[in-house]
Design a protein around this ligand. Structure first.
Ligand SMILES: [Zn+2]
Length: 221
């Protein structure tokens, strides 16, 4: 917290100069002011969360089944979709349970599911379905899951901002697959990159101060 002598205001965030009058700000020692509002326990409607997850899962499975039955004549896509759906459920559950180090759990989850799919692909005799479809799908669904959790579970901005950033950064990994030409169809990778980029930009625009503060806090630890 800093203070502007000219404007007589306290300024939150990492400003060195007053955002209003641009005079240098005075550093005020951090006084832990009591929160005027009582601590509200994390509250969400479990039924609603489960209903939304279930309907997204059913819709995704139905759409992929229809596409496969009518256009592809195979069920390979269902394996791939299932990776995405499993990752979405797990990410939401991790956030709801609010275990320690949610960001870390989610990053581990995305990485382990991705490695599992790559291994599965390798064992099956490498047809690049994991790098083409599964990994981008896991990244996309993990981002969707976080968005659901943020909307419905109402975690604090400071709490979720880093998970969103982690997931968005991981969602850029398919760019590597594109670069090395490890894909048979570039669309899923581009979708993942696109969604991640939008998430990064949106978060940086709306929560720049929180992002910087959280990053600074984590770097110190
Ligand atoms: Zn000022």
């Amino acid at each position: 917290m800093r203070y502007c002598q000219e404007c007589k205001v306290s300024v939150n965030g990492d400003w060195l100069n007053c955002p209003l009058c641009h005079q240098p700000l005075e550093k005020v020692s951090e006084i832990p002011t009591p929160n005027p509002y009582p601590d509200i326990p994390l509250r969400f409607n479990k039924q609603q969360v489960l209903r939304i997850l279930t309907s997204i899962s059913i819709a995704t499975i139905s759409i992929s089944l229809i596409i496969e039955l009518f256009f592809l004549n195979s069920t390979r896509g269902l394996n791939i979709i299932s990776f995405g759906i499993v990752s979405m459920w797990l990410v939401v559950l991790i956030i709801i349970r609010k275990r320690r180090n949610i960001a870390k759990s989610i990053v581990y989850l995305i990485i382990s599911l991705s490695l599992l799919s790559i291994y599965w692909d390798y064992v099956e005799g490498w047809s690049a379905w994991s790098t083409t479809h599964a990994v981008p799908m896991i990244c996309i669904f993990a981002l969707i899951a976080m968005y659901i959790a943020v909307r419905l579970v109402k975690v604090e901005v400071e709490d979720y901002i880093l998970y969103l950033l982690c997931a968005a950064l991981i969602g850029l990994i398919p760019a590597v697959f594109l670069f090395f030409d490890w894909v048979t169809n570039p669309l899923p990778a581009w979708l993942s990159i696109g969604l991640s980029t939008v998430m990064l930009i949106v978060n940086f625009i709306f929560y720049r101060a929180e992002v910087l503060r959280e990053l600074k806090k984590r770097m110190m630890v």
